[in-house]
Each structure stands twice: as structure tokens, then as C-alpha cells.
Design a protein around this ligand. Structure first.
Ligand SMILES: [Zn+2]
Length: 516
């Protein structure tokens, strides 16, 4: 029987340290739900007490019914010179509703003496009594041994003593961290094997990618006896990121034969892309397994060989991770993914699929991307098939931005025609041009369509398009809307942000009118 490896995701905590990533509390909930849906064992949600977003998140998350995932709150050992019960960070962990916590402490003598400026024995006490305090408060505790591998190189006896102190305190998991990301796989095995001989509780591995070795080191650690891997989706994380679970998981399952409970690696590509959309950092196209180019074939010889047998140029079947083969400069691949999308949305796949594919390609060349905007995709298909008639048309709009003494007022006025040709002209003030336009548009439509009253925007994202990849360079706007029961995402592309927003707003309302 193959051994089971526990997967621990820290996208919401380590991933939040990525340059350019700023999670809203709603983003965090969405990511938690996606990770639970996928089935990861543990999700580290954040650091309670350090910011309002994390506090709100833990409060909300505690009322979610998670199917598989256990939520973990992160924190540190107590400060020196005080008792654990006096430490605010530990108290915040106790009052946080998550049953599990993971606290970090130093495992490198140099860090203890230089960064903390305290004695080596005091650090051991801090590790042990902080964990004991949390355990006695009813928590399940994991311990992140920070800089374990650097510590092991510098003073292996001390690094192992830190693990023993955490075990004595009552930790249920000990996580060996390569915090600076400078360790090579060849250095991992000995340290892990030594740790296994020193403690009885199970070990985990947490690697950063500063030497581009995070995945390799994580896999080596598992082969050496660690039974938990910590990492992030798309390898998000500070500096060069963390071990990428989108690579770690398929390697564990397909290459090394480990078990990962109920997680189906076929969901990885979707997970990678949806989290990429949420954080507004699209996964790198060349990302192994899940990247859009991971199975893209261009050279003529390669294509003909792949068509004979995909094993000629592919290390695994793309469908094993939910990805698809892309034959560049050929139409077959696009068509297949459109067929897949139509099925996914419950739409019929008819003889017109090639026409839809052609249209999508044309729009993609203008900068559209339907990966994260199913509602716009569905509208597009229905419009092409003549199944959907626009219920209104925007005849024109004007935006006035008035800046006086530093105060900016924005007013939008808009002309809308309903399907019977009635003209409605409305104006509204807003907090910026897009907000004003949204308000004016709804105000004008509310008379014809009262059902849009319960609809609101929950997220708004703008991405500047790369001139090389889009013929009409400009911006892409993604808008997520909800009516309280459902949520949907629409997309617009234009040379400017207001134009792109209007297209996405119109689609958002059309979609609501369609679903009722
Ligand atoms: Zn980390």
C-alpha cells in the first residue's frame, strides 16, 4: 500500500506575502472554498490579531461548512521575558475559532542569538511553553521550525533540540522549514532522517524557492520520511515564492506513487487558474503541469509525432491534471476546449462549434480572455446562436470629472434604449468614473427591469494588456456580480478602462436578466 502524504496549503498566509498580492477578506473566503472543494487537508488562513482582514476572515470562515479542509491559524511563539498567557499573539490564537494553529519558532542558533538576542535555552522554553499553553487551551498545534535546515548545518544538536522541545510541548506535527530557500535536495535527506530518529511526531516540509529547488527539496523530504508538504498554489510567496503545490501534487501522485486522500489532481489546472484570477496574477504560461503552454506543441515534427502518440513529446497525459493539449497554429485544440467549455456550462455542442471557436479566437486576439468569465462566454454563444436578444442598448454616455480644491466629483450620464425603442436618459454621481457609470446604467434600467435591484458588484479587476499579445492594446476588465444567490463574472476589453468596464457591466446585467 502506498503511503499517504498530507497536503497543507499556505496560499492565504505565505502567498499573501507575494509582491503585488493584496487579498480582500472575500478573496480569502473564495480561495478557502476552492481549496476545500479540491480537497487539501489543511489551509493556513492567516495570522489572527495582526490585521482586520484576517480577523474578519476567520470569523466568517468559522461559519462555513468545509467538506474536507481543516482551517489553521498562524502565529509565533511567545515573546521573550513574558509568560505565554500574557502574550497577545498567543491569546489571539486561543480566541480564534480555528481548532488548529501553527506557530513558528527559531531552530537556528545564529538566529536565536542574533535576531532575537536571547539565550539558546530560553528559546527552547519559549517553543515548549507556547505550544503547551495552546494545547492546554484546547488547540491542535503544529510547529514550524523556522530555518531548520540552516540551523541543522550550523548546530545540528540544537536544531534537533528545538524539535524535541516542541514535541514535549505537545505539538502534533513538526514542520521542517527551509525559510531562506537556499538548501539543495542533497542536503535535505540527512537532516530529515536525523530528525526522524530524534522525535516521534510526524514531520512536514516547508520550502521556499530561492534556489529554484522548493519542489525538488519537498519531494526529497517526502522520500526521506516527511508525511506533510506545505506549499502554495502557483508557488505564490515572498521573494521567489514557496513550493508550488500544482507541481508537488502531480509529482507525488503520478511520479512517486504516493496517496493524497480525496484530492483529484484533475482539478489542479482549474484551481491554479481560478486562484490566478483571484489574486490577479495569471499563472506563468510555462508553469509545469498547469500552465497554458505546458502541453503546447509548435514544431511540425513534434505535432505529427504527438498526433501519432502523445507519449512522444509529453511526460504525462494533460488530462491527468485537467490541462489540455494545445496544437499551436492548428484549430483542433481550440475546438476541443470550446466543446469542453460548452459541456461544462450545460450548453449544446452543435455543428456551429467551429464558428464559435473562430469567434473566440478573434476576440482573444483583441485581448479577451474567457477563462475566468463564464457569464460573458455563455452570452457570446447564445448571441451567436440567435438565442438571446439584447434587452437594451447603450446609446451613449458622458462622464464629467470635476476637481475643485482637491475634491473630485464624478458624474456619469447615460442614454439607454429598451427593446421597444423607449429612450431613457439618466445621470448619477459616483465614486470615480466606473462607479458613476454603473450607478447611472442601473438607474436607467431599473424602470424597465426591477429585478436588477438585488444585484451588486462584488469585485472589479483591471489588467493592462501586453501589446504583443493583443492587436488592440488596452485594458481588460473583469467584473464579478451577485444577486445574493448566485455570482457570475463578465469581461470587457477596450482601449480605455471606462469603455472596457461598460462592456463588462452591460454583460453583467444581460446575464442577470437572462437567469432571472
Ligand atoms: Zn514560509
Amino acid at each position: 500500500m502506498s503511503e499517504r502524504v498530507v497536503i497543507y496549503d499556505t496560499t492565504l498566509r505565505d502567498g499573501a506575502q507575494t509582491e503585488g498580492v493584496l487579498f480582500s477578506a472575500e478573496d480569502k473566503l473564495d480561495i478557502l472554498k476552492a481549496l476545500d472543494e479540491f480537497g487539501v487537508d489543511f489551509v493556513e488562513g492567516g495570522w489572527p490579531g495582526t490585521n482586520p482582514v484576517d480577523d474578519w476572515f476567520f470569523e466568517k470562515a468559522s461559519s462555513l461548512e468545509l467538506k474536507r479542509t481543516k482551517l489553521v491559524a498562524f502565529g509565533s511563539t511567545r515573546r521573550s521575558g513574558i509568560r505565554p498567557e500574557e502574550d497577545q499573539n498567543l491569546k489571539d490564537l486561543v480566541s480564534c475559532k480555528a481548532d488548529w494553529c501553527c506557530i513558528f519558532g527559531k531552530a537556528w542558533d545564529f538566529q536565536v542569538q542574533t535576531a532575537l538576542g536571547i539565550g539558546l535555552d530560553e528559546n527552547l522554553d519559549m517553543v515548549q511553553d507556547s505550544i503547551r499553553f495552546l494545547v492546554e487551551s484546547g488547540k491542535h498545534v503544529m510547529f514550524d521550525a523556522e530555518h531548520f535546515f540552516d540551523g541543522y548545518k550550523s548546530n545540528s544538536k540544537y536544531a534537533l533540540n528545538v524539535l524535541k522541545a516542541a514535541q514535549t510541548g505537545g505539538a502534533e506535527w513538526l514542520i521542517l522549514c527551509d525559510t531562506n530557500g537556499g538548501t539543495l535536495p542533497s542536503e535535505i535527506s540527512e537532516a530529515v532522517e536525523d530528525a526522524l530518529l530524534s522525535v516521534e511526531v510526524p514531520l512536514g516540509i516547508h520550502c521556499h524557492n530561492d534556489s529554484d529547488m522548493a519542489t525538488a527539496c519537498s519531494l526529497t523530504a517526502v522520500d526521506s520520511g516527511c508525511t506533510m508538504v506545505q506549499g502554495t498554489i502557483n508557488g505564490l510567496g515572498e521573494r521567489c515564492g514557496n513550493a508550488n503545490l500544482c507541481t508537488v501534487i502531480p509529482n507525488l501522485v503520478y511520479k512517486m506513487g504516493y496517496e493524497i486522500s480525496d484530492m483529484d489532481p484533475k482539478g489542479l489546472t482549474e484551481l491554479s487558474r481560478s486562484i490566478g484570477e483571484t489574486v490577479n496574477i495569471p499563472p506563468r504560461p510555462d508553469m509545469p503541469y498547469v500552465g497554458v503552454s505546458a502541453f503546447a506543441h509548435k514544431g511540425g515534427v513534434h505535432i505529427s509525432a504527438v498526433n501519432k502518440d502523445s507519449r512522444t513529446y509529453e511526460h504525462i497525459e494533460p488530462s491527468c491534471v485537467g490541462n489540455s493539449r494545445k496544437i499551436l497554429v492548428s484549430e483542433m485544440a481550440g475546438n476541443a476546449s470550446i466543446v469542453e467549455k460548452l459541456r461544462e456550462l450545460g450548453l449544446e455542442c452543435g455543428d456551429d462549434t467551429p464558428d464559435i471557436t473562430e469567434k473566440i479566437k478573434e476576440m482573444e486576439s483583441k485581448g479577451y480572455q474567457f477563462e475566468g468569465a463564464d457569464a460573458s462566454f455563455e452570452l457570446l454563444v447564445k448571441r451567436l446562436r440567435g438565442e438571446l436578444k439584447s434587452k437594451f442598448t447603450v446609446e451613449g454616455f458622458k462622464i464629467l470629472i470635476d476637481n475643485r480644491l482637491g475634491d473630485t466629483d464624478t458624474e456619469a450620464s447615460i442614454k439607454v434604449l429598451d427593446s421597444e425603442g423607449q429612450l431613457e436618459q439618466t445621470a448619477a454621481d459616483g465614486n470615480g468614473p466606473v462607479n458613476a457609470l454603473d450607478k447611472a446604467l442601473r438607474k436607467s434600467l431599473l424602470k424597465f427591469f426591477p429585478e436588477i435591484n438585488d444585484m451588486r458588484l462584488t469585485d472589479y479587476k483591471v489588467r493592462t494588456l501586453d501589446e504583443k499579445s493583443a492587436t488592440a492594446a488596452g485594458v481588460r476588465v473583469l467584473i464579478r456580480s451577485t444577486d445574493g444567490k448566485r455570482s457570475w463574472t463578465t469581461v470587457g476589453v477596450s482601449e480605455n478602462v471606462v469603455g472596457a468596464s461598460l462592456i463588462a457591466l452591460v454583460d453583467a446585467i444581460e446575464y442577470k436578466l437572462m437567469i432571472g
